[in-house]
Unconditional design. Structure first.
Length: 326
């Protein structure tokens, strides 16, 4: 900074004001300082600035299941929105969402100097009542429970699943079969509960759900079982990857989609429109989820964010994998 001050013919205090974006500096002087910075290759010391201010402009993100589409797209949206707000993101993946694992992740990220935390927890946040977090930690949770302790942002899982089931019933199908996600998944549990409730409300029988693990292979195995059910004419699949496997299994078994069996997925991944046939699915607004997570965590830093759950609406995207019951 002293070198820049000498090159620009100003005081070190003026250089500091320019590097901090103080617009009170006369424009001609500011340009002279900026030119001196450029000539000398000067960069402000962000670590020293952070120590002085007590903030680091970095958000810590703790997540499980980086192999799942939803978690990756939520993380991508959080990083993009944080960047627009002038924040960096430090990511710490968890192998298993145990209480000790979550607490250890908070400790590690605290050592890396972050201002606040976002947890992307596809599974239920275990033992939230006993979870011990660093004092004064600012926390927002995405895609899980814990709304009584922290701000939570989630897709409206119930709304999306209800729309899928209602769409199939309105096409005249007598009932809707279901390929569910993993048993420990918060989102899968919400979708399955909404599927069952929608059928019950319509007075339709609920067939026993089949369980997958979000992968196309698990959807394929479930699809083979569905193909053997002669009265299966409509299926709601808890994500698009498993729906891809269901489509393959039905095709191999000689069950045409949608002429014999209608299929609806959940997520609207980029490839869904290129499935054969193009997949009717429930679109999640991951960009909005990420934006609201960042809004909530910055609000927590300002002290104006409270526990509670914010739900982001879904949209049913109708393509060619569903048709009226025959």
């Amino acid at each position: 900074m002293a070198d820049v001050a000498r090159r620009a013919g100003v005081s070190s205090q003026t250089v500091s004001r320019v590097s901090n974006g103080d617009r009170a500096v006369v424009e001609r002087t500011r340009q002279r300082v900026l030119e001196a910075m450029k000539e000398l290759g000067y960069r402000p010391n962000s670590a020293a600035r952070a120590l002085k201010r007590g903030t680091f402009h970095t958000l810590g993100v703790i997540t499980t299941g980086l192999a799942t589409t939803g978690n990756v797209r939520t993380l991508e949206a959080i990083a993009a929105c944080a960047s627009r707000e002038g924040y960096a993101v430090t990511l710490l993946p968890l192998d298993a969402p145990t209480r000790g694992g979550v607490e250890g992740a908070f400790t590690r990220l605290g050592e890396l100097a972050v201002d606040a935390f976002v947890l992307i927890m596809e599974v239920h946040l275990l033992d939230t009542a006993q979870l011990t977090l660093p004092p004064q930690a600012k926390v927002v949770v995405a895609d899980s429970d814990a709304g009584d302790r922290f701000p939570v942002v989630d897709t409206d899982q119930h709304q999306g699943a209800r729309a899928a089931v209602r769409h199939l019933l309105e096409l005249g199908h007598p009932t809707v079969w279901h390929v569910a996600g993993p048993e420990d998944s918060f989102a899968a549990g919400r979708r399955t509960a909404a599927w069952e409730a929608a059928l019950r409300r319509a007075g339709c029988p609920a067939p026993p759900p089949l369980r997958g693990d979000w992968t196309a292979e698990s959807g394929y195995r479930a699809g083979l079982r569905l193909a053997a059910e002669g009265d299966c004419t409509a299926v709601f699949v808890s994500n698009d990857q498993m729906a891809l496997g269901v489509l393959r299994a039905l095709h191999e078994a000689g069950r045409r989609v949608p002429e014999d069996v209608s299929v609806v997925g959940f997520d609207d991944i980029d490839e869904a429109a290129s499935f054969i046939p193009p997949l009717t699915t429930v679109r999640q607004d991951f960009a909005r989820v990420g934006e609201l997570c960042v809004d909530a965590v910055l609000g927590a830093l300002r002290g104006d964010s409270a526990p509670g759950t914010t739900l982001v609406p879904t949209t049913l995207i109708e393509r060619r994998s569903t048709a009226p019951y025959r």
